[in-house]
Ligand binder design. Structure first.
Ligand code: A3P
Length: 329
């Protein structure tokens, strides 16, 4: 789907315009973004930084936890922390944000100064990501992917919570923006396909699998990172990376970002569910997103991530409508 962007610049800040009830290609962007190489980003990401990323010297033991925002990044960071500490993350003082800094936001000198093995968090589509060009600089990527409808809902609350987006719209407009790829990091469909089709060493993990089968998924993560893993470590990791544990853990619940949030905003650790989109999408919105999902992603990718092709994929990721609600939103 070709989208007529409301911004004509390739690099620079775009002030958000007044929200409406819907958004169509060509309308001004209703949230404040930094455009980097034509892709809208959070204003924390500067285009000068994006420009220097291709020159970053990756090392063979670097790992990037790469995700489209709201796909379970923080959850994966906590899992990695649990594995690194053999199930005892509480023994490490640093927050997951300090342990795996946001690569696009940090300064080059700070990334250079990190002790190896370095694990970064990244929200770059593949073409903008750091990557090594020589055999001794080829690093690894841990990609977490989540049902786009749940990502869209989670991202909506994220925009409402963090004042830096200056977003005042309601869900129907946000859903239009998401479907047209006019949200942070651009199109979910392009982002996910870019990582699926790249030729790097990538471990793809779905949020839905992690939720349903953590005892199978966590050893794969440990193996990919070359970390020790046994039943005790897996058990402790499942326990200490659970939604309820993380929600009250000040080193993984993102409350250190609270000064960037509106008072009374829905917490960062919001619901942590599969299928929450059902309470937000109308049938028409759902069908529109399904059509773009089908058009912009390959059957091979959908089968690789969710085991089945489109109809069954959508069924598989739609989630259990009867799951217990954990927060009012
Ligand atoms: P919801 O808004 O749907 O609750 P990210 O870290 O990429 O920004 O993703 C945030 C989303 O992951 C939020 O989704 C958050 O609640 C969810 N999440 C964080 N920790 C989780 C956990 N331990 N289990 C399940 N979901 C978790």
């Amino acid at each position: 789907m070709a989208v007529a962007n409301s911004y004509v610049i390739l690099n620079g800040k775009v002030e958000g315009c007044k929200s409406k009830t819907s958004w169509s290609p060509g309308d001004p962007l209703p949230w404040t973004a930094n455009i980097c190489q034509g892709v809208p980003f959070n204003i924390a990401i500067k285009y000068e930084r994006c420009k220097e990323i291709p020159d970053f010297k990756t090392k063979a033991d670097d790992v990037f936890i790469v995700t489209y925002p709201k796909s379970g990044t923080t959850w994966m960071q906590q899992i990695v922390k649990c594995l690194q500490t053999k199930g005892y993350p509480e023994t490490v003082e640093k927050t997951v944000g300090e342990l795996n800094p946001w690569f696009e936001e940090m300064e080059q000198k700070d990334a250079d100064a990190m002790t190896s093995p370095r694990i970064f968090k990244s929200h770059s589509p593949y073409h903008m990501a750091a990557k090594g060009n020589t055999p001794d600089s080829k690093c690894k990527y841990l990609h977490v992917v989540r049902n786009p409808k749940d990502v869209c809902v989670s991202q909506y609350y994220h925009y409402k919570g963090f004042w830096e987006y200056e977003y005042t719209g309601e869900f129907p407009e946000f859903c239009d923006l998401f479907i047209h790829g006019q949200v942070e990091c651009g199109s979910w469909f392009d982002f996910v396909m870019s990582w699926y089709t790249c030729s790097e060493e990538v471990l793809h993990i779905t949020y839905e699998d992690l939720k349903a089968r953590p005892a199978e998924v966590i050893p794969k993560v440990a193996n990919f990172l070359g970390l020790e893993c046994n039943d005790t470590i897996v058990g402790l990791t499942i326990e200490k990376s659970s939604f309820s544990k993380m929600k009250t853990d000040a080193k993984s619940n993102m409350t250190w970002m609270n000064d960037l949030r509106h008072a009374g905003a829905v917490p960062f650790m919001r619901k942590g569910k599969v299928g929450d989109w059902r309470g937000h999408f109308t049938e028409e919105q759902s069908q529109r997103l399904d059509a773009v999902f089908q058009e912009k992603s390959s059957a091979e990718m959908r089968i690789a991530f969710w085991g089945k092709d489109i109809a069954q994929t959508l069924e598989a990721v739609q989630g259990d409508a009867d799951q217990e609600s954990e927060s009012p939103s």
